[in-house]
Design a protein around this ligand. Structure first.
Ligand SMILES: C[S@@+](CC[C@H](N)C(=O)[O-])C[C@H]1O[C@@H](n2cnc3c(N)ncnc32)[C@H](O)[C@@H]1O
Length: 209
């Protein structure tokens, strides 16, 4: 999943940067040759404009490590219920971990990006409105969801159980709930991808406008 968020962030930051590169007369020609316009360059991070992030359910924090590689200096907060995972995650520099259930997270802090990766799919559907409210309330700009998509809500058979994992249009429901949120980009991680194999997740990047 680490590669997943890196891939998403690369595309997202890269797209903004490609627009910028034409404007940025000061961008060194050599760097342009080395990295190409579709590659990530440190200058892109300014284009992406992300300096802080909140992840709900980071486990040991692989996504945050990947994000920090793309955005040096990124400060993050993470809410993780699993004590061992939270302890590991808290070892990442510039990451503050709140070891608690999502719905107990009480803060007024906002972040440039709030996101989930493989987390909404395992929440009980009754709690989704509160999860959406958390992602919305704490974002001052972007919201990213990388989850299993299905046009209508459905169960996924997970290790013989029918009530532990779900697929649905999480992002669509989110945008219906918050009309000032618009879709920026979306994509799919395919498990057969030769560079970024992942677990057939769909990602949706949204922005408050
Ligand atoms: C499938 S893992 C995803 C981990 C990470 N996002 C990644 O992409 O590698 C889900 C994580 O969410 C955490 N989690 C699940 N429900 C939670 C809840 N209600 N409150 C806080 N953490 C929760 C789990 O402990 C687990 O670490």
């Amino acid at each position: 999943m680490c590669y997943g968020i890196q891939h998403t962030a690369r595309r997202f930051l890269g797209r903004r940067f490609r627009r910028r590169i034409h404007q940025a007369q000061s961008f060194p020609r050599t760097a342009r040759r080395t990295h190409g316009t579709s590659r990530t360059h440190p200058a892109e991070y300014t284009g992406g404009g992300i300096r802080s992030a909140l992840e709900l359910g980071p486990n040991i924090g692989l996504n945050l490590i990947a994000l920090q590689r793309l955005v040096p200096g990124l400060k993050a907060t993470a809410v993780e219920i699993n004590a061992k995972a939270a302890e590991e995650c808290a070892k990442i520099p510039d990451v503050t971990v709140v070891q608690d259930a999502f719905l107990n997270y009480k803060s007024e802090e906002t972040f440039d990006l709030t996101f989930t990766f493989g987390v909404l799919i395992i929440q009980h559907p009754d709690t989704l409105p509160q999860m959406y409210d958390l992602l919305y309330k704490h974002s001052n700009r972007y919201i990213l969801m990388s989850e299993y998509y299905n046009p209508t809500p459905t169960h996924v058979n997970y290790r013989g159980t029918q009530d532990k994992m779900f697929k649905r249009d999480f992002a669509g429901e989110f945008m219906d709930r918050f009309p000032d949120v618009q879709l920026v980009d979306y994509g799919f991680f395919y498990h057969r991808d030769s560079i970024f194999p992942a677990d057939d997740f769909n990602w949706f990047l949204m922005e408050k406008r």
